[in-house]
Design a protein around this ligand. Structure first.
Ligand code: WQD
Length: 384
């Protein structure tokens, strides 16, 4: 891990203006050891988000901050379509060979149901883009890679909680794009031992930075449970009832169980993974093959059902949620709960925030930004 007085390590974060990407950038900036370049096509994000992220970093600088510290608080923003190799090359060309120390690849389409309707768009955006990114990285001697994967790679897992050794058997095109990308990365690392790559299998991120300055701001109607509940409570979604997709699953209350973790914990997991790519790290010492590639679950190891989430949000928002049970949603599986032991042992990862904190931070973000980043509101003395 570099010390604070070493030159900043330049890191490219794709999807940097998105929900996960913005919290990851914030976490990197808190260390003042990295200089971030953000790439985002704003398919599901807002440009204003990164203004807020940079504000958080600037506000945290001490009066006597060094030039390096101030530089780390600024984000280089690169416009780039990751499905166009030349555009990726133009970004790397700006910094030259070896100019970018590592890449955290978060950008992806991620709606399970939508992926069954437009699979080719998902394969192009999630797999081709990853391939092109890796090819250009190799051209510019950038061989450190943190990949945003997903619990959906496990499909309907045979064992709960799920260990990383579980066979990958994704059911949806979205999940298959994640399996294919992990396969590509693994084969690359087998072919060239210069590469060091970690795949982070996200369970269900939730919550927001406690300041309420950044948070989840999906375009249009949220597909995911927690942001939908927040939108209902703030009046952005006018549904009189939540539609619960099935209560006939083999779970304690019949509704699906998921492993929700605070987005700040998830972001910290990316920092730990990035630091683990440093030469002095031992994370690859006991690799079964000579490929410097490993995958880790990022979850709490605690499953919560849909109805339990509704209750937790009822407490956090004071909103009187009504719901109706309707049919199952295509692509849903009964239970995705992580076994987080490997990430804890080898990365030092621990999801410490509880569900109450996730719901409280989500609600704080939503009430301060009822219309997301479009809102012009007095947040910490600034216009939104
Ligand atoms: C959670 C539960 C629904 C909405 C997400 C991402 C996916 C991947 C995994 C990153 C499910 C139920 C939801 C509603 C409901 N993340 N639900 N009514 O399905 O686990 O997927 O995490 O890779 O990309 O989408 O999360 O929040 O969509 O659903 O009953 O209106 O809530 O059936 O059981 P999911 P979710």
């Amino acid at each position: 891990m570099p010390s604070v007085d070493e030159p900043l390590r330049r890191v490219l974060v794709t999807g940097g203006a998105g929900y996960i990407g913005s919290h990851v950038i914030h976490c990197l900036q808190e260390t003042r050891r990295y200089k971030v370049i953000s790439v985002d096509n704003h398919h599901n994000s807002h440009p204003k988000c990164l203004d807020r992220v940079a504000q958080l970093a600037r506000d945290a600088l001490p009066a006597d901050a060094s030039a390096n510290d101030r530089e780390s608080a600024e984000i280089d923003i690169a416009a780039c379509d990751l499905t166009k190799k030349d555009e990726i090359r133009a970004v790397f060309e700006k910094y030259g060979k070896g100019g970018i120390w590592g890449v955290i690849h978060v950008a992806a389409y991620k709606a399970v149901g939508e992926s069954t309707e437009i699979p080719l768009t998902y394969y192009e955006n999630n797999v081709s883009a990853t391939l092109y990114l890796l090819q250009v990285m190799a051209e510019y001697d950038c061989t450190r890679f943190v990949y945003s994967s997903s619990a959906t790679v496990y499909g309907t897992p045979p064992v709960i909680p799920i260990p990383e050794s579980t066979r990958l058997q994704a059911d949806s095109p979205y999940g298959k794009t994640k399996v294919m990308s992990e396969t590509i990365i693994g084969d690359l690392c087998s072919a060239d031992q210069r590469w060091r790559a970690l795949s982070l299998r996200y369970f269900n991120p939730a919550g927001a930075h406690p300041s309420g300055l950044i948070g989840e701001d999906p375009r249009g109607r949220p597909g995911n449970l927690l942001p939908l509940l927040a939108h209902m409570a703030v009046g952005r979604v006018k549904d009189d009832k939540l539609r619960v997709f099935g209560n006939d699953y083999p779970t304690p209350d019949g509704t699906c169980v998921r492993d929700y973790l605070h987005v700040m914990d998830l972001a910290k997991g990316h920092l730990l993974a990035l630091d683990a790519l440093s030469p002095e790290s031992h994370v690859f010492d006991n690799c079964p093959t000579d490929a410097h590639f490993k995958a880790y679950n990022l979850g709490k190891g605690k499953g919560m059902s849909v109805l339990q989430i509704v209750e937790a949000m009822r407490k956090a928002t004071g909103f009187d949620y009504k719901y109706e049970i309707i049919g199952r949603r295509r692509g849903d599986v009964p239970d995705l709960t992580a076994d987080p032991a490997l990430a804890e042992k080898e990365l030092g990862f621990k999801a410490t925030h509880d569900l109450e904190t996730m719901c409280r931070d989500l609600w704080n973000w939503q009430t301060k930004n009822p219309n997301g980043y479009e809102t012009t509101s007095k947040v910490n003395g600034t216009n939104g």
